[in-house]
Every structure is written in C-alpha cells, then in structure tokens.
Design a protein around this ligand. Sequence first.
Ligand SMILES: *[C@@H]1O[C@H](CO)[C@@H](O)[C@H](O)[C@H]1NC(C)=O
Ligand SMILES: *[C@@H]1O[C@H](CO)[C@@H](O)[C@H](O)[C@H]1NC(C)=O
Ligand SMILES: *[C@@H]1O[C@H](CO)[C@@H](O)[C@H](O)[C@H]1NC(C)=O
Length: 457
Amino acid sequence: MLKKLLTAAGLVLGMSLQAAADPTVVGYYATWKKDQTAGVDLAKYTHVNIAFGEPTANGSVHFVDPVSLPDVVSEIHGSGAKALLSLGGWAGSYAFSDVVKSPAATTNLITHILDLITKNELDGIDLDWEYPGRAGDTCNSIDEAHDTPNYLEFLQKLRTQLDSTFGIGKKLLTMAVRTQPFDVDGAPLTDISAFAKLVDFANLMIYDINGAWQAQTGPNAPFDYEEGKAEQVSFITAIDAWTAAGWPAAKLNAGLAFYGRSTTTLVDMTLDPHNQYQNQSNVVPQGDETDLPAFDACANATAVSGTWMYKKLREQGILTTPTTAASPWVRQWDSTTKTPWLFNPTTKQYITYDDPESIKIKVDYAASRGLGGVMVWALYMDYKNELLHALQTWGTAPAAGKACQAEGQLACNDLSGMSPDYLVCLYGKWLALSCNPNTACLPNQDSIVCGWPKHKK
Ligand SMILES: *[C@@H]1O[C@H](CO)[C@@H](O)[C@H](O)[C@H]1NC(C)=O
Ligand SMILES: *[C@@H]1O[C@H](CO)[C@@H](O)[C@H](O)[C@H]1NC(C)=O
Ligand SMILES: *[C@@H]1O[C@H](CO)[C@@H](O)[C@H](O)[C@H]1NC(C)=O
C-alpha cells in the first residue's frame, strides 16, 4: 500500500522519489508468542523474519518452540510479504562460532538451510549471530580472532549454494547486526564491504542500548546520545559506523523498537524531569502483564525481563493516547535523544520506549540517509498499528528538489545536528544550501540556526 501511494505521488509531482519509492519494511515474527499477527497490518511489511531456529555445533537446526513453518509461511505469503527464517538471536547464537570454524558443520548447516527453504517454501534466510568476535549471551562459544573471517567464508559458501540450488539471487540472504561492524580481536572492522557483496541487506539492531544492567537510567533506543551520559551510541552513530566502513546505505535497514524497558530508580525522577539519567537499582521490575518470570538455561536463573511492549503500554492504560500518560505515570520527552520516557513516582519505575513521534523522527532520518528501509522488533508488539503507521512518513520529509508549500521556510537536511546542509523553500521546491564550514544546521522551533555541531567528531 505504502509503496503504491508513494509511487503515485512521485508521478503526480513528476520527480524521482528513488529512496522513497520502495522502502523495505522487515518485521520479526516470534514463534514463542501466540496470535502473532492478530490485528497487525501485515500488508505493510515487505519481509517477515520468523524467529528463531538455533544452529547447533554440528550444524543441525534446533527449534525451541513448536512451530509449523508451512502454516506461518503461507500466512505471510498471503499478505504479500516475503518469508525468511531467522537463525540465532540473543539466546540462539551459542554455536555459530563452532559451526563457521568447522568445514563439516558448515556443510551440514548449509544443507539444513537449503532443505528448510525447499520444504517450507521460504524466500530466504536471515542470520542473527549475536555477535561474531564479540561476547553476547554467556553460553556462546567465541573466537575473537577468527569468528569474523570465518563468518565471511561461511557466507561465501552459503551464497554460492543458494544461487546454484535456486538460481542466482532467487533466495534472500540477510543479517541482523549490532551498532558497529563485526569485531576482530576486540576492534570493529574498518572495511565491511566484502560482507555487503554477499547479502541482500542487513538489519541494524539499534535498541537495547541502555537498560537495567547499567547504574543509571537511559534510553533504550536513542536517536542521538547525550554527551557524557550513558552509552555514546545512537541511531545516528550506528548508521554512520556501518556506512563509514563501506556498507552501502541502500542495503541497510534501520531497526526500530516496538517495545520499551523498565527499571527501578533510586530517586524521584519528577524532581529533575529534564534529566533522563538517574541512579537506578539492579532489581528489574516486571514489565507488562505478559512479562512473567522465565527460566534462562544459560544464566541458570529465573527472572522477568522488564520489557513493555508498546501494545501493553496502551492496553494496560499507562498511555491513554500515544502521548498521554495516566496518573500516577508522568510522561517526558527528551529533546536530545528524541525519545519519550515514563515515570511512576509511587513505584519509582521508569520506562524508556518508542512512540509514533520518536519512530517518525527515526524513519525520516533513515530515508534522508538513503537507507533501504527499516526493521521492526517485533511486529506483534504494536497497538492498532500506531507505530507501523508512523513508518508511512518514509521519504516525506523535506528533501532537495521536492515540492514545498511555505515560501522561505528553512529546514535542516537531517536532524543529527552534525551536518551543515539545510534546505530553503524557493518557488515551490526545496533548494539545498549549506551553513558555513565547521558549523552545522540545528533545528530551531519551525526554522533553523547554523551553529556549533552537536558533538565533536
Ligand atoms: C547434532 O547436535 C544436536 C544437538 O546437540 C543433536 O541432537 C544431534 O543428534 C546431533 N546430530 C548429529 C548428526 O550428530
Ligand atoms: C548516584 O550514584 C553515584 C555513584 O554511586 C553517587 O556518587 C551519586 O551521589 C548518586 N547520585 C544521587 C543523586 O543519588
Ligand atoms: C543452577 O542453579 C541451581 C539453584 O541455584 C543449582 O542448584 C544448580 O547447581 C545450578 N546448575 C548449574 C548447572 O549450575
């Protein structure tokens, strides 16, 4: 639908909407949840990744949850999306390192993948190794020096087999990746282009940036980071890191969190409402009503996660509209990280999450950077498609050459506060201009100022 609307608009205005014409929208489908797609506008997704199968050390694929792949695939195909099987995930990446270093296990896993694709009529495979050459879940095997080069070799073999079995480019090979390129001996690769040639696209996981594991509260999925506070990682830095290492923007989808995280603070955050960074305890509270204590075999512990699906923030009445909290909850908007957060002074619970406003900012930015599209974790976490519909602004932000209404209006080309480029509305079209060298365009009310860049490079 989205695609058709944008294409029609492009024709009417007689201009090229190249980046906007065909955004990829990848949604993760969790096999451990019942009624995954109830109420979900599946037709808005171009790709659905069925999560997860887990590679074992000998290259077999283990399914933790009972799932009928043919039924799920047929539902996805019925909506017009492509269906991929995702292998790995946070808890399912324990054996990737073993597989890619063993020629026998590599052959075995590739055979299983080809078999799964054929039997279930899948459109491809998504590899979600968290993470090559880097510590993830404590049960993971890891080889800091060799994981990343071994992964490259594995992908080469898999791509070759996919192409020779099903026809060149007929089946998709995609990856989920973290905020920086894969590590070798503790440092991210500075050139990731060899990987990019083998896969159709990568989905950037730009969430779980801050959480209960830290001493202070902080945003789960910051658009920008606050200098000196929490992780100095953001939506912007993740896109920068991958594109600077030679990953083509068009093969990158920016990950969006359809969920939030809760923690318990040590202070009343309403006393300092413009500060999203306050001391917290390491006790994770229950998140939404579905967040029941679960046994984690790797940690050998039973715990809640503190996760709040956006859906449950709405259904359980914490948010009565996308931007209104019900007392005693108080909603704040952080204008630096461009994320909302909630605080309950009675229980001292803090929730960092995304809403239609924060999603729209990320989507506009991803489109302005020429990304291929977005990825969503996870499709069942939305409420009446409120977040999904925020994706429809893809490519509608001001851009050079596009039509504009208000003569003389000024707008930054991107919201990062790091780019000198801005736009002015002249004779009905946005014209590209630049602030002076070493300054950056900063949004200011409905206009702009040229000032110091937000962060030092
Ligand atoms: C591979 O490993 C899995 C899980 O450890 C095991 O169940 C299976 O029997 C093994 N397969 C072979 C062929 O050894
Ligand atoms: C937060 O924790 C730090 C480190 O324990 C401590 O030094 C600081 O005083 C605390 N701040 C508040 C406001 O309690
Ligand atoms: C797991 O935890 C239980 C209870 O704390 C303990 O008795 C058991 O030995 C642990 N198992 C392993 C494999 O560490």
